[in-house]
Design a protein around this ligand. Structure first.
Ligand code: NAD
Length: 491
């Protein structure tokens, strides 16, 4: 959906500013609540959403064409899990920690590092998972004491609004929504939130990063992908074919970590490929139509280009405008063709063969993206060795992508897939800032204060020597040097 937004008109800019201001005002009181009080309010919000789960699941189906089963499995089910996880494990992650201060040369001091909320978090979301993606940010951000403004995709506006309306009914102005297209997203960034969590295409993410940099706003970017499944010659062929087919086709391939490339060991290709084709064809009506005509256009263009360059169509390939796209598997695709290099975001994958593990790893790493990858094989040590050489933020062995639904596990990429992390304590650490408080109850004049003198230089040299040798002798020499320095200062 990366079309250039028209510049934010004054109306949408004012609307975004008003929402951010309202949420900012509410955030002050929200941050003053204890974590336990915020947990209690979040549990109420969770109960309210879950009591309307069927309505939400149906709304997602209406806006995204997902099968109802997938609307539940990849969206609704995760809502309860997110609240349960963060309410149970988040408070410990927000506990202040004691900072270490060396007691010999800095006596009488205590340090504590608190995790404080950033303020207002702007969550700019895509349409492919209009509930589970924003909720990954909303729940921990709120728990940490932030307010959140959601900018849902213009392709799934009703789902985003539904979510915020229900949360607002329980939590009040601590949540808000800015509706509209890219211009509304740009206006939200201009409204100066304290953190932007952006999930979407690499192209838009770059623009958001520039806008944030110009305003000094930190941003987390979760961007596109071009995941590869590496199929080793000792894999369970039936299970691997079923898993790879699901990885290619779930949500009709409109999944940032959908499998778009398959690198298969040459020696099993003659058995594996027919099984994969059969598994893809079996998916049938569980693969919905693409959400936008633009996305269909991208897939059709990649297909036509690949065929023109000599690709072989192993299954699918009809782009009849009146029918949903049937799953497509291509082979003999040149590695500079868009079907190999660019995100497809549709029910299409390209397959290549390699003679050994190194060749398969090279195929997987032949991408500017680096979100996820999977390695399918029967020998865990070998599969782990292959996984360790794959340059992505996430690698699954004998599975693909499902961990996005698990709140404790980081979701993250490298390269053109962005710099962000959602889910997990790593994400929580971005939604807060460390605040250091040091209490000094020492009565002494510090040895590093003015006036400097010879004994201070001696002391510094002894401290450096102590870093090199350590031990009791070094400690005694330090004590002696400290004493001499104190005497020098009190002259
Ligand atoms: P998109 O980049 O077109 O839009 C994403 C959001 O950004 C939308 O809400 C849009 O209105 C908004 N936006 C557009 N221009 C903006 C601007 N200048 N400033 C601020 N906001 C702006 O992406 P999309 O088509 O909605 O989603 C598909 C893309 O998202 C794919 O590339 C997919 O891989 C990626 N994605 C990544 C992840 C991940 O976790 N890495 C997850 C889901 C989707």
């Amino acid at each position: 959906m990366s079309t250039d937004p028209t510049p934010a008109d004054s109306g949408s800019a004012m609307a975004a500013v008003a929402v951010v201001q309202r949420v900012r005002a509410a955030q002050v009181g929200w941050a003053l609540l204890s974590v336990a009080e915020r947990v209690a309010r979040l549990r109420q919000a969770s109960a309210a959403l879950l009591s309307q789960a069927e309505e939400l699941a149906q709304l997602i189906v209406t806006e995204t064409h997902k099968p109802l089963a997938e609307s539940y499995s990849s969206e609704v089910l995760g809502v309860g899990d997110l609240f349960a996880y963060w309410c149970k494990y988040g408070p410990a992650q927000l506990e202040p920690r004691k900072g270490l201060i060396p007691s010999l040369e800095m006596p009488g001091k205590k340090a504590k590092v608190y995790r404080v909320p950033r303020g207002v978090v702007a969550c700019i979301s895509p349409w492919n998972y209009p509930v589970s993606l924003p909720m990954r940010t909303l729940v921990p951000a709120l728990l940490a004491g932030n307010g959140v403004v959601l900018k849902p995709s213009e392709v799934t506006p009703r789902t985003g609004k539904w979510l915020i309306d229900r949360l607002h009914a329980v939590l009040g102005d601590i949540v808000g929504v800015v509706e509209g297209d890219g211009a509304a997203g740009a206006a939200l960034v201009q409204a100066q939130p304290d953190l932007v969590v952006f999930t979407g295409s690499t192209r838009t993410g770059r623009k958001v990063a520039v806008a944030c940099a110009e305003r000094g706003i930190p941003c987390e970017l979760e961007l596109g992908g071009k995941d590869c499944a590496i199929v080793l010659d000792d894999c369970d062929i039936e299970r691997t074919a079923a898993g790879v087919a699901w990885g290619i086709l779930t949500n009709a391939g409109q999944n940032c970590s959908g499998i778009e490339r398959v690198a298969v060991h040459k020696s099993i290709a003659h058995v594996f490929v027919p099984k994969l084709i059969a598994a893809m064809e079996r998916a049938g009506r569980d693969v919905p139509e693409l959400v936008t005509p633009m996305q269909r256009g991208i897939v059709s263009a990649q297909l036509a280009d690949a065929i023109a360059r000599g690709a072989t169509v192993l299954t699918g390939g009809s782009v009849d405008a009146d029918r949903p796209l049937a799953p497509i598997l291509l082979t003999q695709v040149p590695t500079d063709a868009p079907a190999w290099t660019d995100e497809s975001f549709g029910p299409i994958a390209v397959l290549a063969q390699g003679p050994d593990d190194e060749a398969l790893i090279a195929l997987a790493n032949d991408s500017r993206y680096g979100l996820g990858a999977s390695v399918w094989g029967g020998n865990p040590e070998r599969a782990l060795a292959v996984a360790s050489k794959v340059k992505t933020g996430m690698v699954w062995i004998n599975n693909h992508s499902f961990s996005g639904a698990l709140p404790d596990l980081p979701w993250t990429g490298v390269g053109d897939s962005g710099t962000g992390v959602t889910n997990s304590p790593d994400a929580l650490s971005h939604m807060t800032r460390p605040r250091l408080v040091v209490v000094d109850s020492s009565k002494a004049i510090e040895p590093w204060w003015y006036p400097y003198g010879d004994k201070m230089v001696d002391l510094m040299r002894i401290l450096v020597a102590r870093q090199q040798s350590g031990g009791l002798g070094a400690t005694l020499r330090t004590l002696k040097a400290l004493k001499a320095r104190n005497a020098e200062m009190s002259k």
